[in-house]
Write a protein that binds this ligand. Structure first.
Ligand SMILES: [Zn+2]
Length: 315
């Protein structure tokens, strides 16, 4: 028994070390993902090639070409969708208070749970899931993961993954590192190991710092936009005190609440990079028009710098 356990631990440690020390994060992330499905359909792969040669290369090509997005700080979505997140619980009294507020407004939130708090409050963890909220992995004891050994990081995330699965009855799909501290290599490793994207935030209520409901509300209301991921902590009474007003005002502004995983599903990459390319072509196409406009404007005694932007804005 002991030998078996020791072997398992050593193998696990060796696997993590390989990912942690890898220079290219894409390679370790792709390798284990590809290895799992390849093991099962080893024989069915052959008939697929012979019977359907036309469609076979099509699904195979995009898979390696599509870059894996390891981190979300916010999402690009078509619509007023936002995700509000609550970290560091479950808390024995504040989390149930918050759940009642969310239930009343039919809002689904996301809770990044600390493993040891799940172990202490398993019924509340279960209630969070039963009421339709998402739960994510927020480590076992909330350390700075950047300062831990590879084995300790694995232990922190693995124990939490398992206690959430056992007590809340759902497998977590996402993780958030305490303090947002997680290296690119650790993110690639977490994705390869549990398929976790790393979830950060774009709206930080700083509720843990000021402990002021009015400030919590003003920060959230001033910074939330479509696709936002809002960071709060349901272990503080002042944060939960702020929530009825925050939630009602966000609803009044037209925002719609979804879980982080739902928001990620709506995400598409920004199309902004295409815009400069179009703008760059426009001046060459309208060069003649610009020249004629400039000459006519000269007659009106206007300076050159003003003439160019005016003609650019027309097309
Ligand atoms: Zn935290």
């Amino acid at each position: 028994m002991l030998r078996l356990l020791a072997f398992t631990v050593l193998t696990a440690a060796a696997t993590f070390t390989a990912f942690a020390e890898g220079s290219a994060p894409a390679a370790p992330a792709a390798a284990p993902v590809a290895a799992e499905p390849a093991a099962n359909p080893a024989s069915p792969a052959k008939p697929a090639e012979t019977t359907d040669t036309a469609s076979a290369p099509t699904p195979a090509a995009p898979a390696p070409a599509a870059p894996v997005k390891l981190t979300f700080t916010r999402c690009n979505v078509d619509g007023p969708y936002i995700a509000i997140t609550f970290d560091d619980g479950p808390h024995p009294t504040q989390t149930p208070r918050l759940l009642a507020m969310l239930r009343e407004r039919k809002i689904h939130a996301t809770f990044f749970l600390v493993g040891q708090c799940v172990a202490e409050n398993p019924e509340i963890a279960k209630q969070i899931v039963q009421e339709g909220h998402e739960v994510g992995n927020h480590s076992w004891s909330h350390p700075n993961l950047l300062k831990l050994s590879a084995d300790s990081v694995r232990d922190q995330l693995e124990r939490t993954h398992n206690v959430i699965t056992q007590e809340a009855g759902v497998v977590p799909l996402i993780m958030r590192p305490p303090y947002g501290n997680f290296s690119q290599q650790q993110r690639a490793w977490a994705h390869a190991t549990w398929n976790y994207p790393t979830i950060i935030w774009d709206v930080d209520s700083l509720d843990w710092k000021h402990r002021n409901p009015a400030k919590t509300e003003s920060i959230i209301m001033a910074n939330t936009r479509p696709g936002s991921i809002i960071l709060c902590h349901d272990i503080h009474k002042t944060t939960v005190d702020a929530m009825p007003s925050v939630l009602d005002k966000l609803i009044a502004k037209g925002f719609k609440f979804v879980t982080v995983s739902e928001l990620i599903k709506m995400h598409h990459e920004p199309i902004a990079p295409l815009v400069p390319a179009k703008v760059a072509k426009a001046p060459t196409l309208t060069a003649k028009k610009a020249a004629t406009a400039a000459t006519s404007l000269k007659d009106l005694d206007t300076p050159k710098p003003k003439a160019k932007p005016k003609t650019k804005t027309k097309p």
